[in-house]
Design a protein around this ligand. Structure first.
Ligand SMILES: Nc1ncnc2c1ncn2[C@@H]1O[C@H](COP(=O)(O)OP(=O)(O)OP(=O)(O)O)[C@@H](O)[C@H]1O
Length: 403
């Protein structure tokens, strides 16, 4: 594993402040991983993040990026190699989306065609249609769209590192889930080294390959893979902070694509009423799933829908509860609770039907994870050094999923 960012005894004391803001942080962050900094308000997460690109100058300690000590490097040069995304985005209000995204490429002196091409490529990457969005102003976008533009802007010059400070903090919960999933999809493609600040432990567990929990003493309490934080908290603070409901939290660790999906009886939506009725009579489920000509789930139909005197081809209930394969089981459970049928339909990137997740899938996954965690803890105890120290790494793969 290549180390991308090293923080050595990194410390910040703001001038005139009584309390230290960040106290001697040591971290090694590997290439291509998402490291989340999480902790209560005022514990020093943002200050740590901003010291990495030197928006805030450290009082002492060192920052090493790709084996180079950048603690005293020209910060403008440094910032061009590090993308930065903040809550509320900080887009320039009087510039169009395209101009906003082009900020760094223009600073770097790219020619006009190259910039235009890159802007369109980035808009597509963050799921915004370039033709529709490039000439809009930030105030003409929704919160989620602005956040996507913020991510596109940070990626413009293809920096190896991204710093993200509560990037989804101002978005409502449903859109936040969607943005988190989209961002995880994007990360599979771009494989950046990401440092991500949040105060939300659920978001940390969902997004982080590893998580650093900061305490009120402005130091790191534990830096480890999510499973280990949940199963072996280093101290009472971490235990309290990760909180109750460990089983539910573990649902954030497992992806839909890692579990065995259920199959649901389905037919093309163009199927005749008689054939639908025949099929319904054969199956134990009370609903049939109808797919459009591309294989995308569209409606659920029951015997009652089919026996109405007025037959129209669009009878039934629209399929609302759908989740992409990379969604977590927690997302799937959320969706399932909104579904009249009690299952969430799983779809691929083209929205085609792959299978369903139901409550049995979730229960099986929880039980398997419990068992694996028990084994993991047993193995860790067996290998633990006599002083009780903890070693990071590897556990995530063991406990299911390569998220
Ligand atoms: N510019 C500043 N001048 C003086 N003190 C500051 C300054 N910025 C932050 N602090 C203090 O430093 C400490 C760490 O702040 P920081 O913003 O890094 O915390 P945080 O963990 O990101 O908090 P939050 O989740 O509330 O954003 C806090 O006690 C804060 O009051």
């Amino acid at each position: 594993m290549t180390t991308m960012i090293e923080l050595r005894e990194l410390t910040k004391r703001y001038p005139g402040a009584e309390e230290i803001a960040v106290d001697a942080i040591d971290m090694e962050i590997h290439e291509g991983e998402i490291v989340v900094l999480v902790g209560p308000s005022g514990c020093g997460k943002t200050t740590t993040l901003k010291m990495i690109n030197r928006i805030i100058e450290p009082s002492s300690g060192r920052i090493i990026i790709e084996d180079r000590d950048v603690t005293h490097e020209n910060p403008d040069h440094l910032r061009r190699r590090i993308g930065y995304v903040i809550q509320q985005v900080g887009l320039f209000p009087h510039q169009t989306v395209a101009q906003n995204i082009a900020t760094v490429p223009r600073l770097l002196g790219w020619d006009r065609d190259q910039v235009t091409e890159r802007v369109d490529e980035l808009l597509s990457l963050v799921s915004l249609d370039p033709a529709q969005h490039r000439d809009r102003y930030p105030k003409e976008l929704s919160g989620g769209q602005r956040q996507r533009v913020g991510v596109a802007r940070a990626l413009a010059a293809d920096p190896p590192i991204m710093l993200m400070d509560e990037p989804f903090g101002a978005i409502d919960p449903i859109n936040r889930d969607r943005l988190q999933n989209e961002f995880l999809r994007l990360q599979e493609e771009i494989q950046k080294t990401i440092v991500f600040v949040t105060h939300d432990i659920d978001e940390a567990i969902k997004m982080g390959d590893r998580i650093a929990i900061f305490g009120n003493d402005h130091r790191i309490q534990q830096f480890d893979v999510p499973e280990r934080l949940l199963s072996e908290p280093a101290n009472d603070f971490v235990d309290d902070f990760t909180g109750s409901g460990a089983s539910l939290k573990r649902l954030n660790l497992q992806r839909v694509r890692d579990v065995e999906l259920g199959d649901w009886p389905n037919l093309p939506s163009s199927t005749s009423r008689e054939t639908l009725q025949e099929r319904l009579a054969e199956i134990e489920q009370a609903f049939l799933l109808l797919l459009d000509e591309e294989g995308r789930p569209v409606r659920w139909v029951s015997e009652r829908d089919l026996s109405r005197p007025q037959w129209t081809p669009d009878v039934g209930l629209a399929v609302r509860a759908v989740v992409p394969e990379r969604a977590t089981l927690h997302d799937a459970l959320d969706e399932m609770l909104t579904s009249n049928v009690g299952v969430a339909a799983v779809i691929d990137d083209q929205r085609r039907y792959l299978g369903v997740v139901d409550i049995d899938t979730i229960m099986t996954a929880v039980n398997t994870m419990r068992q694996e965690t028990r084994e993991l803890v047993a193995v860790a105890a067996w290998h633990a050094p006599v002083d009780g120290g903890q070693s990071a790494g590897g556990a995530r793969r063991v406990a299911g999923g390569d998220a």
